[in-house]
Design a protein around this ligand. Structure first.
Ligand code: TXA
Ligand code: MG
Length: 317
């Protein structure tokens, strides 16, 4: 297997980020904070390094990775932008939006990153530590969420260590992620298709482009290659849209539905997104075997929250 002896916890200061950039350059794996979730980074140009991501996560090799760069200019070197893509990038980057665009010939990205597709998913993260790391490294960083495949995404360095400790070289500790759900993925290779609901609500994208998106992914009809039915799974079973716990269940509340713990007592979707994965990690740490979850409204960030909850509740294998 891919076990390394020890995973170093790196401070998010100049020395820690210099060290992290060196490890990336040497083909190692470094987890780092973004505003959405922690990513598991590797140099996107080094196939051995990218192969290490799949091995560390136990990720199926047909599931392509998102490449992170520091700015739009760096993204333009990797993919071909249409005017609409550039408009969205200017409006939402840096931020929680991933664009799927045609890969440029000579981009230099390993074919393991795209799983052989002719398109590439790119994102410019807003987190200041991610920005500093990308600038210190100076190249494209492939980074899926830093969790074992199929399990709960990490929003703290401790979550990363719980899932991948001993399997990766290091994790930069940047504290909890502010957004808490992954980026919104938009395919712009044809008419705009929402591939994954995420940190930028679809309504905001539609307002920016003045047109509606194909949102059939919300019903499961179309999705990104890696959007498995079961994903984000805590160890316990999950029952959704619960207004009270049944015997033996632990209730995860929202708003007026008071739980043993709550996504947001105020019923605030931003707060709920930021708390979502930490609550699921805490339920795992409590060894919860049966989890009930209060209803969460479907609008705005609620779309991403409900998407993650329904995958966390889906039958496994
Ligand atoms: O917020 C995020 O997006 C985080 C942080 C670390 O940036 N990353 C993340 O990566 O969520 P990951 O690997 O957990 O999810 C990436 C998704 C997968 O569902 C994958 O199938 C899809 O992006 N994807 C990657 N490349 C694609 C492509 N060329 N076409 C369509 N979907 C793609
Ligand atoms: Mg993921």
């Amino acid at each position: 297997d891919n076990a390394t002896s020890e995973t170093i916890l790196l401070p998010a200061d100049a020395a820690g980020l210099t060290r992290a950039a060196e490890v990336l350059g040497a083909g190692g794996l470094i987890a780092f904070p973004t505003e959405t979730v922690y990513g598991l980074g590797a140099d996107a140009r080094q196939s051995d390094a990218v192969a290490g991501i799949y091995a560390a996560k136990g990720r199926p090799s047909f599931n392509p990775l998102i490449v992170h760069v520091a700015d739009l200019a760096a993204a333009e070197a990797l993919v071909t932008f249409t005017p609409r893509a550039r408009q969205l990038a200017q409006a939402f980057w840096p931020g929680a939006l991933t664009l799927v665009l045609p890969l440029r010939a000579g981009a230099g990205v390993s074919s393991l990153v795209t799983a052989g597709l002719s398109t590439l998913a790119v994102r410019v993260p807003a987190h200041p530590i991610a920005q500093c790391l990308l600038r210190a490294f100076g190249g494209p960083v492939a980074a899926p969420s830093a969790n074992p495949s199929g399990r709960i995404s990490p929003t703290t360095a401790a979550h990363v260590l719980t899932g991948l400790g001993g399997r990766i070289a290091g994790v930069v500790d940047g504290g909890p992620c502010g957004v808490g759900v992954e980026s919104t993925i938009l395919d712009l290779t044809g008419k705009p298709v929402l591939l994954r609901a995420g940190g930028i609500p679809a309504e905001a994208l539609e307002a920016a482009i003045g047109a509606s998106l194909d949102r059939s992914s919300e019903t499961g009809a179309i999705t990104a290659p890696g959007m498995m039915a079961s994903h984000y799974a805590p160890r316990g079973t999950m029952r959704l849209n619960a207004t009270a716990a049944r015997p033996g269940e632990i209730l995860l509340g929202f708003g007026e539905v008071q739980g043993d713990l709550s996504l947001s007592r105020a019923g605030d979707l931003r707060e709920a997104a930021a708390n979502l994965f930490d609550c699921l990690h805490r339920l795992d740490a409590m060894a919860a075997t049966a989890i009930a979850v209060a209803p969460v409204p479907a609008h705005g960030l609620g779309a991403a929250i409900n998407d993650r909850l329904s995958r966390a509740a889906a039958p496994r294998d």
